[in-house]
Ligand binder design. Structure first.
Ligand code: GAL
Length: 695
């Protein structure tokens, strides 16, 4: 069993207090995802009263209340029940469902039903159905079949959202709204009207065709456009400039689509009602920083699918989501054991659902909601995990979820007003991700996997990481890592250099600084506008079909998938790692270079390093940047996270290993889940404890 020496812990606890004092100051006083007059953290479920006789609702709500469920999201697919025929609205049943929930102290989030337009609408107005890439119209009966760019469809969406808000915008038991459902997976329509809208959008952005032709280098392959109407929607590989703009157009389309509903809801809803949207973690259909902007806070749907929880991947996804608005968030959907859409829909192990729920809270979630309460007797998702069986009585997992509810209730006051504060940021850029995906150059190159390879060892050492847009304010971070900043225009380079000049440490990964905002190659070597400050450049990049050796200050190991041959340009830059004997070109050449610049430092890592090297690299980055972890080193497999607020410091410990782990604390500490004060914490596999530490 790994040792956890009390003296060491005590010293680190002292260090914590300093770090806490430094980092709590920036905490907001109110957190939009914590609802006034409600528990600060909430257990929820997704309930479909429209699928059941009203006589059944009371029993459902009784069982929810018994499980400490405090919030339900409803109505997000109930358009045909709310508007059975055009212009005829029936909200009485929904009003009764909201009132019944209230009797059980369960608050309601209303979803707008626009992911499931009714048959009377799609049949009367076929242009409201999406046209697929191959030119065929979507058929009715699945969801996300609406055409997000159709003005006719938008009009109907506005009507139903407006009618709902008129009716429930002042309902005391409706705490907020969800727009649509997962934004139709960003699916677009390939009809003529959408194409025209894209062309007009380009016209506004580029103003002249000469400008567009120059930015996209359309003299290549005779792509020159003489009229806006000639520009296609890209299907399959196309001009990289066109492809990147299409993604931005998709983003703007879905943003307009949601704003159309947000505007009308805001017209009628009381300001206390929040507006959110359920995003999907690393889904890359649109730029999430743009989509998150008009929302009060973001929510996401956290599904494991096949296999079991990968704490680093899931933690990274939570931190990504928290970074969309740099604020706490909700997990408005998560799996009660199993899903129905994966290759193998295995059930999570006993205890794993609880560990997953607490991991969400630890990373800044203020609600965890189980999709779904009970399966509809028919419909496409009969096999999905639920909390009740088809017979309407609890399944075995219900008890575990009930325990989560009890624990949330006992820890919620300690967590009120708290959030995650980090000294380390990972930069995530949709432009860069898309640009790389369009031309991977090595099919094994995986943007998210590369982010995760940095996140895993850095999280262990820093115990908190923010994942933010490269354009976010960086001044609070001691270390900023951009694993893959392929698109790096001048303005962004200046922003990063300001950070470094002021004392920050910027670490860039491979492929950084190669493209401008039009997805054109920069007429400089990588990292483009940062070459002078780094005092080094990339001579050549290589897609690898085999691993190559590398060694230096971070130890000895291998690189795979991608390697760049670096060159020092000034004596001030220092080579940290060099390739060993490999393809000849790389033999003995620099793989990692660092240079002090301004009051800070820039480091360029030109290859994808193996896991062991990433660990030592992370140790070096943390040391070099002066990052201090808020808690002591914990045994392998235990994740420690902190939420902090004014006068509050709460640590969540989760054991993701297969063995029991024991931690000795320097002094007796309040343990919220076992409701005692002790200096010993014992965590069985999937065990969780929440520590309330006096700051
Ligand atoms: C989500 C969706 C839910 C449900 C769930 C099943 O993506 O929002 O409505 O289908 O998947 O896992």
């Amino acid at each position: 069993m790994p040792s956890f020496g009390p003296l060491r812990v005590f010293l680190i606890f002292l260090a914590i207090q300093l770090a806490v004092a430094q980092t709590t100051l920036q905490n907001p006083k109110t957190i939009p995802s914590q609802i006034p007059n409600h528990d600060a953290i909430l257990l929820g479920t997704d309930w479909y009263p429209e699928q059941w006789p009203e006589s059944r609702w009371e029993e459902d709500l009784r069982l929810m209340e018994a499980a400490h469920i405090k919030v339900v999201r409803i109505a997000e697919f109930a358009w045909s029940r709310m508007e059975p025929s055009e212009g005829h609205y029936d909200f009485d049943w929904l009003g009764r469902a909201i009132a019944a929930a209230n009797k059980h102290h369960i608050a309601v989030v209303l979803g707008t039903p626009t992911a499931a337009p009714p048959a009377w609408l799609t049949q009367a107005h076929p242009e409201t159905l999406r046209v697929e890439e191959d030119g065929r119209r979507a058929t009715h009966g699945n969801r996300a079949h609406g055409n997000a760019s159709s003005q006719v469809y938008r009009q109907y969406c506005r009507q139903i959202a407006g009618q709902m808000a008129r009716r429930f915008g002042k309902n005391p038991n409706v705490v907020g709204w969800q727009i649509d459902n997962e934004y139709g997976y960003a699916l677009m329509s390939y009809d003529d009207a959408t194409r025209k809208a894209f062309q007009e959008w380009l016209g506004k952005k580029y103003r002249t065709l000469d400008n567009l032709n120059a930015r996209w280098t359309t003299s290549y392959w005779s792509q020159t456009y003489d009229s806006w109407s000639e520009i296609p929607i890209p299907v399959g590989p196309h001009n990289p400039g066109l492809m990147l703009e299409w993604k931005r157009f998709v983003t703007d389309t879905w943003n307009d689509y949601q704003n159309n509903q947000i505007e009308v809801i805001r017209e009628f809803a009381e300001p206390r009602q929040f507006i959110t949207g359920n995003l999907m973690g690393f889904f890359d259909g649109f730029d999430h920083y743009v989509i998150s902007e008009p929302l009060t806070f973001v929510a996401w749907d956290d599904y494991v699918g096949s296999g079991h929880l990968d704490p680093a991947k899931n933690g990274l996804s939570h931190d990504l989501t928290r970074g969309f608005k740099q604020s706490n968030f909700w997990v408005i959907e998560t799996q009660p054991g199993a899903v129905n859409w994966a290759g193998i829909n295995n059930f999570l192990n006993e205890g794993e659902v609880r560990a997953m729920a607490w991991q969400a809270i630890a990373h800044g979630a203020d609600e965890v909601g189980y999709w779904q309460w009970r399966s509809a007797l028919n419909g496409q998702e009969q096999y999905h995990g639920t909390l009740l069986g088809a017979d309407g009585t609890p399944v075995p997992l219900y008890e575990e979820v009930k325990q989560i509810g009890q624990e949330f209730a006992s820890a919620q006051e300690a967590l009120r007003g708290t959030t995650v504060v980090s000294q380390v940021a990972l930069l995530n850029s949709y432009d860069s991700r898309w640009a790389i995906q369009f031309q991977k150059h090595n099919e094994k190159y995986d943007y998210v996997a590369l982010l995760k390879s940095y996140y895993r060892p850095l999280y262990k050492l820093a115990q908190a990481i923010d994942v933010v847009s490269p354009y976010a304010s960086l001044s609070n971070y001691k270390l900023v890592v951009a694993p893959d900043l392929n698109v790096l225009p001048k303005e962004l380079a200046d922003h990063l250099l300001d950070y470094v000049r002021a004392g920050g440490h910027l670490v860039l990964g491979p492929r950084s600084g190669m493209k401008d905002q039009f997805n054109s190659l920069l007429p400089q070597r990588q990292p483009g506008y940062l070459v002078d400050e780094l005092g080094a450049r990339v001579e050549q990049y290589y897609a690898l079909d085999e691993d190559f050796p590398v060694s230096g200050e971070w130890g000895t190991g291998t690189v795979s998938t991608w390697a760049e041959q670096l060159e020092e340009l000034t004596p001030g830059s220092k080579v940290l790692m060099r390739y060993g004997k490999s393809n000849g070109w790389l033999n003995g050449q620099p793989a990692v270079i660092t240079r002090a610049y301004g009051k800070g430092r820039i480091t360029y890592v030109g290859a994808i390093l193996d896991d062991n090297l990433m660990t030592t690299a992370a140790e070096w980055m943390i040391r070099e940047s002066g990052v201090r972890a808020p808690f002591a080193t914990v045994p392998d497999g235990v994740e420690v996270s902190r939420r902090t607020g004014e006068g509050k410091d709460v640590f969540v410990l989760i054991n993701f290993s297969a063995q029991t782990r024991r931690l000795t604390l320097p002094h007796p500490t309040r343990l919220l889940l076992t409701n005692r004060t002790s200096s010993v914490v014992e965590l069985s596999p999937y065990g969780v404890e929440v520590l309330q530490v006096e700051p």
